[in-house]
Design a protein around this ligand. Structure first.
Ligand SMILES: Nc1nc2c(ncn2[C@@H]2O[C@H](COP(=O)(O)OP(=O)(O)OP(=O)(O)O)[C@@H](O)[C@H]2O)c(=O)[nH]1
Ligand SMILES: [Zn+2]
Length: 210
């Protein structure tokens, strides 16, 4: 899987209104991690760990920056009147999220489709919406529904379909330790309730360009 992130830390600031990276907040989170390192049996004063609490604090702020972003506003910012009324599918969108039970990553792909109802949306905004909900503490089911609801309620299309396939590290590197299990979740509205439309979507997301 590619690891190019849609937003880096500098770019976030263009979207995030409050300052997630303010030094006081980072220092407070970091101080907890100094204690956690000690409790884990480490020596937080050894060279390799000196900056670790601060690094972890910044990483966690990044991994949860979706709390500060308004997905509906981002969609509304790039809606265009257009008479196109066929299905629009954006597939194989990388997803990186954190399970709310263990705060361990789950990651994989999302596939999204909608059928326009007078408006289309800028294509890049669909991965942005996914990221805004993924960059929080999540369960895959809620992530799937939140993406569906945001697109449905903002763009008001004839229907929305969302399928997400993810590996959960809390199931791979601890706990039940199943390395190959993949969880699939889906959410549909409107026209996608019909088997024919849903099947067309499923066919398109499994079709290859090669
Ligand atoms: N439904 C759902 N469950 C999740 C997701 N991410 C993690 N989980 C599960 O959340 C559950 C939490 O169960 P608990 O029994 O409270 O936690 P635990 O003792 O750490 O469980 P194990 O992982 O089985 O060791 C586990 O079954 C995880 O696999 C998710 O996105 N959706
Ligand atoms: Zn988990």
């Amino acid at each position: 899987m590619e690891t190019n992130f849609p937003l880096n830390e500098e770019e976030i600031d263009g979207y995030v209104k409050i300052d997630r990276y303010n030094p006081e907040k980072i220092a407070r989170i970091a101080s907890h991690y100094t204690e956690i390192l000690e409790l884990l049996g480490e020596d937080p004063s050894r060279q390799g760990l000196l900056k670790t609490p601060e690094r972890v604090a910044k990483a966690l702020q990044y991994l949860t920056h979706g709390y500060d972003l308004d997905a509906a506003a981002i969609l509304r910012g790039a809606m265009f009147e257009e008479e196109y009324s066929q299905m629009v599918v954006v597939k194989d969108i990388e997803v990186y999220s954190m399970c709310e039970h263990h705060m361990l990553p789950f990651f994989g792909k999302a596939h999204v489709a909608y059928i326009p109802n007078g408006h289309i949306v800028g294509l890049s905004k669909i991965p942005r919406v996914i990221d805004i909900f993924a960059r929080r503490l999540q369960v895959q089911e809620r992530l799937t529904n939140e993406i569906r609801d945001c697109i449905q309620n903002t763009l008001n299309p004839v229907g929305v379909a969302v399928v997400i396939e993810c590996k959960h590290l809390c199931m791979c590197m601890r706990g039940v330790q199943k390395q190959n299990s993949v969880t699939t979740t889906s959410a549909f509205t409107g026209e996608f309730a019909h088997e024919r439309t849903r099947n067309e979507f499923l066919r398109l997301i499994t079709a290859s360009l090669d």
